[in-house]
Design a protein around this ligand. Structure first.
Ligand code: HEC
Length: 174
C-alpha cells in the first residue's frame, strides 16, 4: 500500500509539473492583450466621456474621438499632470466619409461623418508597470484584435514629443 501511495504521489507531482509547463508555453491565454504592454480593450469604454475630436486629412482621411475614463476626465478638468494612476484614454478612429444625406440638405458637399471603424487605441497610466515608456501602456486594436508587435513598437517613441503634457497630445475640448 505504501508503495502505491508513493507511486500516486509521484504521478500527481508529474501531472502538476506538466500542467505548470504547458501554461506559459502555450501562450494563447492572452490573445486579447496587446504585444509589449499587455493592454486590453477596457470594458465599457464606449460610454466614457468625450475629451475631444480630431480630423485627419491627407492619407489618413479619418475622424477621431478621444474618450477618457472617470480618472482621466477628472484630471483633464482639474488640469492635473502627470495623469493619475489608473487614467485611461481611448482614441476611436473612423474613415472620414462624405454624407450625401447631410449635403442634400446643406446644399453643397461639406459634411463629413464617421464611416467604418479603422482601429482604436488605448493608453493606460501605470507608472510602475510602464516605467520604461513614460508611465503609459499602449494598445492598438482592429476588429477587436490587437495589432502587431511592429505597430506597438512605434507608439511610445512618437508620443515622446508630448512629454511636457505627460505624453498626451489631446487637449480638452472647450
Ligand atoms: C506617428 C506618430 C504616432 C504614433 C506612431 C502613435 N501615435 Fe498616438 N497620437 C499621435 C498624435 C499626433 C496624436 C494626437 C492627434 C490624433 O488624435 O491623431 C495621438 C493621439 C493618441 C491618443 C489620444 C491621446 C493623446 O495622446 O492625444 C492615443 C490613446 C494614442 N495616440 C495611442 C497610440 C497608440 C496605442 C499607438 C501605437 C499603437 C500610437 N498612439 C502611435 C501620434 C502618434
Amino acid at each position: 500500500v505504501r508503495r502505491f501511495v508513493f507511486l500516486l504521489f509521484g504521478f500527481a507531482t508529474l501531472a502538476a509539473a506538466v500542467i505548470a509547463y504547458k501554461g506559459p508555453k502555450s501562450g494563447h491565454a492572452d490573445e486579447d492583450a496587446a504585444p509589449i504592454y499587455g493592454v486590453k480593450i477596457p470594458p465599457g469604454y464606449r460610454d466614457w466621456k468625450l475629451i475631444s475630436v480630431t480630423q485627419e486629412t491627407a492619407d489618413f482621411n479619418q475622424l477621431r474621438a478621444q474618450l477618457g475614463n472617470d480618472i482621466a476626465i477628472k484630471a483633464y478638468r482639474d488640469g492635473t499632470r502627470p495623469f493619475p494612476e489608473g487614467s485611461i484614454i481611448v482614441a476611436l478612429h473612423w474613415k472620414r466619409v462624405v454624407s450625401d444625406e447631410d449635403n442634400k440638405v446643406l446644399g453643397s458637399v461639406q459634411a463629413f461623418v464617421a464611416g467604418d471603424p479603422v482601429n482604436m487605441q488605448v493608453m493606460v497610466k501605470d507608472s510602475k508597470k510602464y516605467a520604461s515608456s513614460g508611465g503609459w501602456g499602449y494598445g492598438d486594436f482592429r476588429d477587436g484584435k490587437p495589432s502587431s508587435l511592429e505597430v506597438h513598437e512605434k507608439c511610445y517613441p512618437c508620443h515622446v514629443p508630448a512629454k511636457a503634457s505627460d505624453y498626451v497630445f489631446t487637449h480638452y475640448a472647450p
